[in-house]
Design a protein. Structure first.
Length: 617
């Protein structure tokens, strides 16, 4: 071997060690970089063949390549886990806000307001002539209604920011897809030159993990070093120069702007989103809050039940001076001349008038009335039919009763609101003493006339009085606008705390010191009512909502902790494969340093030998 060969071999050793030291330095400097994969140098020995094809010594070492430690299966498992982790994280964050609305731990929840109302009713029942007790019942009713308003506002206000966050997240997803497309293109170009794009690959992997936390994705490697990205159900998101985008509604067949359109396809794609924080936000908005069993929906159902039950009791009671005039708190809607069972009750019904909807509890009254009949229109009990009984007189000591059938015997249909007013006006036994009408605001109105000076609703087995809001305790169509009847707020003496005694149907009896109205109202505390498939008291129904929320939150937290543990384990597995160990790097640093020094020493020795030979010459 010539001295020049020694110099060349030593030079290759220096270059190889220098490259290895650079890689080790790169690893050490990125020890804390998220998503970084440890890089390593591969060496190969150089051999030289003579003209006869025989070995003629070695030509040193060369760097055959730089690679990174990478396990595709582990990374795919991490990406899959990010989808579920993002969903659970978003749910956990927002469900804690829902929990705060239903918080009963500080003693100031809806159940406390309900109990305070019942306690005030009990006090008035004990002292039925106490005006202070009357005022307290009205005050506690107002506090209950206002608290329901606040709960509804708090839950409804969650829907808007959640929906706004969805919009911002869609923009974020679209931006990330665009950035991924650019990085993907850079990787393909660099790989095409034969140079490994190791750092770009790590960058792309980190970007995909972050994207996978936002929305469900799956990836497929392409032959040119790129990657194609699909949604969880196979919709293409990214491929070379193509990127899809998420946008908001409306669509051609659905004007709901809460929906999500994908990749320009004019259809609702919302239900096809399977994971990530985006899925968690959609679940909170569309299920946890506003779904059929959502907590805003359940609150609405409970408040509707409270309003209906209390209005039913209050509407069949009178105040201590009885009544001279009553106007319902609800507008009767656009169909005052239509048989009640034919009125469109919901927005999904043909002909529904959203500008002038029917009263909120009309469906309940219709169900009550229809329950009196079998499928052929025959009364189940001929002696018991749906009717409303009134009592009137020149004063409270001389009352005369009369009843009105709410089903027209000629047609077999429930009378329209106008027909009901006409039936009251023309009823046998009324003799013009009680006038019924629909006022200019569309409300049902009752007023004394003729010789009558006072009147009251004695009995109503149909629920129509409550449905029309006549003598109601609460107005409003839901938790959002529930309020105490302005008649009571103006004067608590209008509180209906007495029921007309109908033990003798022909001789109604009124006693202004009676407490039967308050006893009936207080009995609602323990009365079992059907709601959401459960038969329980109103307080128990609310407790069930709170308990369900607590259980749902706990299940989500347990699932989140489990997913976090699983992700931590897979991350540790990845770190064992791809992570940088300072101990290993320092060992390699010493090893390659020594190699570099040895090769440098060989260069020095060769130089000295060359100098000696020159001097000999």
């Amino acid at each position: 071997m010539a001295l020049s060969d020694i110099l060349n071999v030593s030079k290759m050793g220096v270059f190889g060690s220098q490259t290895a030291l650079k890689v080790v330095s790169h690893n050490i400097s990125n020890v804390n970089t998220p998503g970084y994969s440890r890089q390593s140098v591969s060496f190969t020995n150089n051999t030289l063949l003579n003209d006869g094809g025989k070995m003629n010594g070695g030509e040193g070492v060369s760097v055959s390549g730089v690679s990174h430690k990478f396990d595709e299966l582990v990374d795919n498992r991490l990406l899959s886990g990010e989808r579920e982790l993002g969903r659970l994280t978003a749910r956990d964050r927002l469900m804690h806000l829902v929990e705060e609305v239903y918080n009963e731990l500080d003693g100031d929840g809806l159940s406390t307001r309900m109990e305070s109302f019942y306690s005030a009713v009990d006090d008035l029942a004990i002292s039925p002539l106490n005006p202070v007790a009357q005022e307290e019942v009205v005050s506690q009713a107002d506090a209950l209604a206002r608290f329901a308003n606040n709960m509804n506002d708090s839950l409804s206000e969650l829907t808007l920011p959640v929906d706004q966050e969805i919009t911002l997240m869609l923009d974020d997803v679209n931006t990330r897809l665009t950035n991924l497309r650019d990085v993907n293109a850079d990787i393909i170009r660099q790989e095409a030159t034969g140079q490994p794009a190791l750092d770009l690959l790590d960058q792309r992997r980190t970007m995909m993990m972050e994207l996978g936390n936002l929305v469900d994705i799956q990836t497929v490697q392409t032959d040119d070093g790129g990657v194609s990205i699909f949604t969880g159900n196979g919709q293409l998101l990214l491929d070379h120069d193509y990127t899809a985008s998420y946008t908001r509604g409306p669509q051609e067949d659905d004007s709901d702007n809460l929906s999500i359109i994908f990749a320009g396809v004019n259809t609702d794609y919302t239900d096809n989103i399977l994971g990530g924080q985006l899925k968690g936000l959609l679940e909170v908005r569309d299920e946890v809050l506003n779904g059929d069993d959502g907590f805003l929906t359940q609150l609405e159902g409970l408040i509707d039940e409270i309003r209906y039950q209390m209005n039913t009791v209050h509407g069949q009671s009178v105040n201590r001076d009885m009544r001279t005039e009553l106007t319902g708190v609800f507008s009767l809607g656009s169909y005052t001349d239509t048989a009640l069972e034919e009125i469109p009750l919901t927005s999904s019904d043909d002909g529904y008038d959203a500008d002038f909807p029917p009263p909120p509890d009309l469906a309940r009254a219709i169900e009550n009335i229809q329950a009196f009949y079998d499928g052929t229109g025959t009364l189940l009990d001929a002696a018991n039919q749906p009717e409303i009984t009134f009592a009137y007189g020149p004063d409270a000591t001389s009352l005369q009763p009369f009843s009105v059938e709410v089903v027209d015997p000629a047609t077999g249909k429930i009378r329209s609101f106008q027909a009901l007013a006409d039936a009251i006006n023309n009823a046998s036994g009324n003799d013009g003493n009680l006038t019924a009408s629909i006022d200019a605001d569309g409300a049902f109105k009752l007023a004394v006339s003729g010789d009558a000076q006072v009147f009251g609703v004695a009995e109503d087995n149909t629920g129509l009085i409550a449905a029309m809001g006549v003598g109601a305790m609460f107005s409003g169509t839901g938790a959002e606008d529930m309020a105490v009847n302005t008649l009571l707020m103006e004067d608590s003496a209008n509180l209906a705390s007495v029921k007309i005694n109908m033990d003798d149907p022909a001789n109604p009896v009124f006693d202004d010191a009676d407490n039967s109205g308050m006893l009936a109202l207080g009995a609602l505390r323990s009365e079992r009512l059907e709601l959401n498939g459960r038969n329980a008291s109103l307080a128990s129904h609310y407790a069930n909502i709170v308990g369900t929320l607590g259980s749902e939150l706990m299940r989500n937290q347990e699932a989140l902790q489990s997913q976090q543990t699983a992700q931590s384990f897979i991350t540790e597995v990845r770190e064992s494969v791809s992570g940088v160990s300072l101990e290993e790097e320092l060992t390699d640093l010493i090893r390659f340093q020594r190699s570099f020094q040895a090769s440098s020493k060989m260069v020095s020795v060769a130089d000295q030998l060359m100098d000696t030979i020159i001097r000999m010459v």
